[in-house]
Design a protein around this ligand. Sequence first.
Ligand SMILES: *[C@@H]1O[C@H](CO)[C@@H](O)[C@H](O)[C@H]1NC(C)=O
Ligand SMILES: *[C@@H]1O[C@H](CO)[C@@H](O)[C@H](O)[C@H]1NC(C)=O
Ligand SMILES: *[C@@H]1O[C@H](CO)[C@@H](O)[C@H](O)[C@H]1NC(C)=O
Ligand SMILES: *[C@@H]1O[C@H](CO)[C@@H](O)[C@H](O)[C@H]1NC(C)=O
Ligand SMILES: *[C@@H]1O[C@H](CO)[C@@H](O)[C@H](O)[C@H]1NC(C)=O
Ligand SMILES: *[C@@H]1O[C@H](CO)[C@@H](O)[C@H](O)[C@H]1NC(C)=O
Ligand SMILES: *[C@@H]1O[C@H](CO)[C@@H](O)[C@H](O)[C@H]1NC(C)=O
Length: 542
Amino acid sequence: MTCVSNMMAGRFIVYLMLWIASVTTDLTCRDLRSVCTCGMKFVWYEGAWKNLAVVNCSSAGLVSIPNFSSLEGQDIDMLILNNNNLTDIPPNAFRNLTVKELVLSRNPLKSIRQNLFAPLKESLKKLELQGVELYIDDGLVFLSNLDQLRALDLGNNHLKNEYGEFTGGIFDGLGLNSLKTLGLRVLKMTKLKEGAFRGLPNLEELDISINYLAEIPGELKNVKNLRVLNMYSNEINILKNGTFDGLSNVESLYFGANEIATIEEGAFAGLEDSLQRINLYHNALTSVPVDAIVNLRKLKMLGFAANNIQTIENGTLVGEYRLEILELDKNPLTYHENMFTGVEDSLTTLFIRENELTTLPLRALRKLKRLSHLDAADNHITEIDKLFFGNLKLSKIYLMRNKISKVDPSAFESHPNGIILDLYKNLLTDISFILKLEVCKFDDVDVSSNPVICDCSIEEILNSGRVAFPINGECSFPEDESKIYRFDSPRLMERLVSSCNRTKQYAFCRPSVYEASSTSRVTVMNVLVTIMTLITYLQPHV
Ligand SMILES: *[C@@H]1O[C@H](CO)[C@@H](O)[C@H](O)[C@H]1NC(C)=O
Ligand SMILES: *[C@@H]1O[C@H](CO)[C@@H](O)[C@H](O)[C@H]1NC(C)=O
Ligand SMILES: *[C@@H]1O[C@H](CO)[C@@H](O)[C@H](O)[C@H]1NC(C)=O
Ligand SMILES: *[C@@H]1O[C@H](CO)[C@@H](O)[C@H](O)[C@H]1NC(C)=O
Ligand SMILES: *[C@@H]1O[C@H](CO)[C@@H](O)[C@H](O)[C@H]1NC(C)=O
Ligand SMILES: *[C@@H]1O[C@H](CO)[C@@H](O)[C@H](O)[C@H]1NC(C)=O
Ligand SMILES: *[C@@H]1O[C@H](CO)[C@@H](O)[C@H](O)[C@H]1NC(C)=O
């Protein structure tokens, strides 16, 4: 406990200092306050909390660019101009500005002047140009020499050539030597030609999702540093032997919503020591591609949701990997005792949504010694009886959108304390099982969208402190079912205590998320960040 509060105090001081720093180095934005908000903001950015100088002119109905001369000489982290009606941006719009990220998405620009971004050459790291009605194959000379640029989003634009071909050489000679992340979603692209990525020697992350690609572009083999490929929603039907030949840094492959029916044995050859995540949801697979994955030593996550897999035979998941996360939702699966052979000692997280289950497939699940997170939402479960979980020891249980109307408290006895339980959209009228278990059995419970009846058990559950976090849900009184009270409503508590005795808090649960783990930091930080954001927000915006 002391350790936690010391940690919190320590962090608090750090954030306080950050905040003081932010106030003293605030942005000054004379003349802009009528159209933009402007100031330091504490935001989650590129995997960390940062205090950023943000000029936000989003959705301000702008038809021309504001005069930014008052921003000269200041370091701006984000200049946001999306969702406006900007057409022609004059050549010195960004003169003398220092901007790390520029967001121009969703403006009817149609074309961009050749030297528009030249003043930002030294500073610009990220440029968002989604949905600006640009014809990409008209050329991108306006990107010339942006050699600090690391991320570029050109999604939701056009290709002028009538076959939807992304031609070769579009980036060639622009000097985009730092570009790591490129977004080319929603371009009605049918082909990505050889040489398309010439001139991008450091490309690592590519998003070509929501296009009409029927083949994996051969050009990918020229993206030597490729780490993440997102090809969600295309028309791929086969992953052929040697598709990623010569690439050895690929960590994540997202092939959801394609038509893949065949994955050849050597499809992932070359990625044995890099590939960690493969998502193949909503394809046409009838079996797990055993031979293609068997040697993937780094593989941690496999997603097969919404395919046509009927059986996973014994030995299917025996490989050189230590799989942690498996998604099997929405397959016509039959479960059996030996289907998880191979991952018994590694799998922690299993998704079995939409499998028409009425009970959990315990004979299969009980082999998973490390299973702690189970998602069986969207099934046909009607009751959590005494033996529902067998001897599973789960800490996160997701059973949303089933038809559960009865819960036997003893079902939860085998699990360690601090469970996160989600029963959103079931048929519970009574949640008194919470009172019949040890205090602090649950960290967090969601029973919202259930026909729960407001009675004295609700009063005790809400006031006792038995559940670490406030319970999410609502109830109605039997005499007036049309009036629904949220559990956090003061009116509900007023009505309850008028007929029940008010329970004095008797349980003081320390949520297990505060224990020294990576999630704890996030949660503790969330609280502080919320406070800081509030305080920052209350500052007058200059
Ligand atoms: C910018 O403003 C828009 C609309 O006012 C808001 O939705 C958005 O979250 C803001 N962005 C940032 C980074 O502050
Ligand atoms: C922008 O404002 C500055 C100072 O207020 C002024 O000198 C400059 O001419 C203005 N620029 C434009 C393009 O109006
Ligand atoms: C954008 O500007 C054009 C004229 O430049 C105008 O016709 C159109 O109505 C404007 N659209 C919006 C959403 O303001
Ligand atoms: C702004 O740019 C102009 C022309 O590029 C230059 O003469 C001037 O010195 C710059 N001002 C500042 C404050 O950098
Ligand atoms: C895959 O291709 C490699 C050479 O590129 C070849 O050696 C291997 O036999 C092929 N495997 C299959 C299953 O076709
Ligand atoms: C299941 O497969 C494993 C290894 O592949 C083997 O050792 C075991 O005997 C098999 N069990 C059954 C019941 O077939
Ligand atoms: C409230 O508490 C009193 C005294 O402890 C007890 O007599 C009474 O029955 C309780 N009422 C309810 C509704 O539990």
